[in-house]
Design a protein around this ligand. Structure first.
Ligand SMILES: *Cc1c(COP(=O)(O)O)cnc(C)c1O
Length: 412
């Protein structure tokens, strides 16, 4: 019986610990060995021939069958183990590919599917690097970017319907840092109805893999910066693409082999040790964030506290309730006193740290307008709701009472 058959009938949290890794292949070691070899020995020349034919896409394979190992830019044992272990985290998924950063996962997926003369329809604001990738690389190569305003699910549907030869529909939900949500199912429905059959990709870094499952709503590819919640300790970079389609993963892995964007063996080993705790960490982080955001809501220092359980817009509430299991560990504070008040707060916090990035076990706070979003134009900032007074908080696993006390003393 293959590994896959053996673990098909257990729950995801069990499968993460049992699927994908066969101790016999690591001399009985309970944890995988790290295979650092750059090249692999073939049993026969025919095997070498077939491995190359699969890797270069000359032979189409069934069920995402992997080629025998050739050379570690294409794949290596630690990537294969990690990819098999990641699949159960995403309901509906059958295959994964791992990358050396979130941006390399996004870039590789874009180049696997974007065609010259096609268009890419995307929600705004996207992660800064993703926006840069579209403007600086895809557009000059003849791929037209079609931006859609934050939270406008019907506008996205319309943009997809009317797009000229769309190759990709790219969604980031919730948006950073305003947590504005997009209805993935509606977008996927419009994409499936378009004759060009664009690939629907969702950057699921903010609420996945625990609280939001894009493949269930019809997306084709779910992308992650594993640097954030998946790895969880702010100590490595990584990226993941997860899909329910064998041809899609074969195309993405083919592009990865050409670009050399695969995650290295040591990093794969680190990340697969973190997978079994991602749900535990995210649940604790989300509970902490909810308690703190709801306690701060109504404080006179703020124009608004932005957090899914505090949404007032009925459409945003509807999407949150339909699409997300829990509200997650990010919230934003919009200070009435603008940038001065925001900076005073950042200067006074003691437990939380002033840093960009998110998803780690430690609480991080940043001022998006002057840092992560400083590349945006005034018009884009205004449309996206990134104001002078906005501070974004990524809540960790500390005791929430200490964090709340820290924020309250910083407000005094
Ligand atoms: C961090 C981040 C990325 C980029 O990931 P890297 O691992 O830094 O390359 C992409 N999308 C989102 C939403 C992110 O937060």
């Amino acid at each position: 019986m293959s590994q896959k058959d053996l673990h098909a009938d257990v729950h995801p949290r069990t499968a993460i610990l049992t699927r994908g890794f066969d101790p016999k292949l690591s001399v009985g070691s309970a944890r995988p060995a790290v295979f650092r070899s750059s090249t692999y020995v073939f049993a026969t020349p025919e095997e070498a021939e077939r491995a190359f034919a699969i890797t270069t896409g000359k032979i189409k394979v069934e069920n995402g069958e992997r080629a025998e190992l050739i050379y570690s830019r294409f794949s290596h044992p630690n990537a294969e183990i990690l990819e098999d272990q990641i699949v159960p985290l995403e309901p509906g998924a059958t295959h994964a590919a791992v990358f050396n950063s979130g941006m390399s996962a996004i870039m590789t997926a874009f180049f696997a599917f974007a065609r010259q003369g096609s268009s890419i329809v995307y929600t705004t604001p996207l992660y800064g690097g993703t926006t840069g990738l579209i403007h600086k690389f895809l557009e000059p190569l003849g791929v037209t970017g079609v931006p859609v305003a934050p939270g406008d699910s019907s506008g996205l549907e319309k943009a997809i319907r009317e797009a000229r030869d769309p190759s990709i529909v790219y969604i980031e939900t919730p948006a950073n840092p305003t947590l504005t949500m997009i209805d993935i199912e509606r977008a996927a429905g419009a994409a499936a109805a378009h004759p060009a059959r664009p690939v629907v990709m969702v950057d699921n870094t903010f609420l996945g893999p625990t609280f939001q499952h894009p493949l269930v709503w019809g997306a084709n590819v779910c992308l992650y910066s594993a640097t954030k919640y998946l790895s969880g300790y702010s100590d490595m970079l990584g990226g993941v693409a997860i899909t329910n389609s064998a041809p899609v993963i074969q195309k993405i892995r083919g592009a990865r082999g050409m670009f050399g964007t695969i995650l290295q063996p040591d990093e794969c080993w680190i990340l697969d040790g973190r997978l079994s705790t991602v749900a535990l960490r995210m649940n604790r982080q989300s509970k902490n964030a909810q308690r703190i955001a709801e306690a701060l809501d109504g404080n006179r220092a703020f124009e608004r506290v932005i957090y899914p359980t505090l949404f007032t817009d009925p459409e945003q509430k509807r999407i949150f309730e339909k699409q997300c299991a829990y509200p997650g560990a990010l919230f934003s504070l919009v200070f009435k006193g603008g940038k001065d008040a925001a900076f005073d707060f950042l200067r006074r916090i003691r437990i939380a740290r002033n840093a960009v990035s998110l998803g780690g076990v430690e609480t991080l706070v940043c001022h998006p307008k002057t840092t992560t979003h400083s590349g945006m134009s005034a018009a884009e900032l205004a449309e996206s709701g990134v104001t002078d007074g906005l501070v974004r908080i990524s809540v960790g696993i500390e005791d929430w009472r200490d964090l709340l006390a820290d924020f309250e003393q910083a407000l005094d």
